[in-house]
Write a protein that binds this ligand. Structure first.
Ligand code: SF4
Length: 382
């Protein structure tokens, strides 16, 4: 699916009622005065972005937990974005929510804001897994929330799962996937648990009280996710994303995978356009203070050269089920991937890891080792 050329707008809401022990996103614990200050800061930052020349056709409210803000606060942020930036009429709007925030009144408010895709951070339907992950909802809460969201009439309901927990058995994961499929959302995102540096899980892993799942078990669970979801009617369109049909894919995330321009506003938000990537302050106090002084809260930027852009294009393209457009890669960056890696790619095809025609596509087996495949390819840069 193409992102149709428009840019994506990402709006970060950093609040969470408690911080999960595996989380490495820019998050802060919820609190009334902080959230008021942040909404004002985000609105002020949007006013400073007026000179950006991008035209947006998708908006993504991510976090953190956007549902930690009231409908009124979210409405204030969206109105400011629409006033300050060139946002197409009817731009596609997605929002992340936590199951414990889903109730009929909240669903009605989010519908009223024009949300098309609601993404629920369920993560598991197993009681002990949810407790291990530090989540605040139970499997019953998650089921209730998904059922209510599906019935509320959004274009797309998406459910997030995490797999690869220490000691996770295939049967537990299969059970979660089947419970999820029975609730009939249109879209699923399924991510492997990663132990990030600086998180409580990382400290526990260093102390030896948390043992990550072995690579072979991770691979087995990865294949199980893909086969169970495909059987349930959710084929993968990206390594971690599954949709019933093309119409139910994430239009905003497609921009990241296509290298389309996107603008991020809010704490630690990242932006990309052309060759340039830039990002905001990740410290709450610094972010707010800089914006309050009328300054853009930039923390850094980089200019990418052809080698970096080509590597990203290969990485992102191979993670999508549609694969990498080889002619586009050659035209944009002068990289003839097939010629540079003839024997290697032939081997991948023979081993059932990849398929090559006008595109280079990884099979489900190949997707499980996508990063290693990318590392093995020669792009012809020094
Ligand atoms: S709910 Fe999500 S964003 Fe918030 S702490 Fe947990 S993992 Fe992080």
């Amino acid at each position: 699916m193409s992102s149709a050329g428009g840019a994506g707008l990402y709006l970060h809401v950093p609040f969470c009622s408690a911080i999960c022990p595996y989380c490495d996103f820019a998050v802060v614990a919820d609190n009334e005065s902080r959230s008021q200050r942040y909404v004002s800061a985000l609105v002020a930052e949007l006013a400073l972005l007026g000179e950006e020349e991008l035209v947006f056709d998708t908006i993504y409210l991510g976090g953190g937990t956007p549902s930690a803000l009231s409908g009124q606060q979210l409405g204030t942020i969206l109105s400011a974005a629409r006033q300050e930036l060139s946002i197409e009429e009817g731009a596609w709007l997605a929002m992340e929510v936590n199951p414990e925030d889903v109730d009929p009144a909240a669903l009605a408010e989010w519908r009223g804001l024009g949300v098309n895709m609601l993404s629920l951070g369920v993560q598991s339907f197993q009681e002990e897994e949810l407790r291990f992950l530090g989540r605040r909802h139970s499997p019953a809460d998650a089921e209730r929330a998904v059922r209510a969201a599906v019935a509320a009439g959004f274009d797309i309901i998406s459910v997030d799962l995490i797999f690869g927990l220490p000691g996770q058995q295939p049967g537990q994961l299969r059970d979660s996937i089947r419970k999820l499929a029975a609730l009939d959302p249109q879209h699923v995102s399924c991510y492997q648990l990663t132990v990030h540096e600086g998180t409580p899980f990382h400290r526990r892993s260093l102390q030896g009280s948390l043992r990550e799942l072995e690579e072979s078990s991770q691979g087995e669970l990865f294949e199980l996710v893909h086969s169970e979801l495909a059987t349930a009617g959710y084929p993968a369109y990206e390594v971690s994303n599954f949709a019933k049909t093309e119409a139910f894919r994430s239009r905003h995330n497609q921009k990241y995978w296509d290298h389309s321009p996107y603008l991020g506003a809010g704490l630690a938000a990242h932006s990309f356009s052309g060759r340039r990537r830039w990002w905001n302050e990740a410290d709450f106090e610094k972010y707010c203070a800089r914006v309050e002084q009328g300054e853009r809260p930039l923390a850094g930027s980089e200019e990418l050269d052809d080698a970096q852009l080509a590597l990203e294009a290969v990485m992102l393209g191979l993670r999508c089920a549609a694969g990498l457009d080889l002619e586009r890669l050659r035209a944009k960056y002068g990289v003839n991937l097939l010629e540079l890696n003839a024997a290697l790619i032939e081997g991948y095809v023979e081993d059932g890891v990849a398929e090559a025609d006008g595109r280079l596509r990884l099979t489900p087996r190949g997707l499980a080792v996508a990063d290693a495949v990318v590392r093995s390819l020669d792009l012809g840069f020094d």
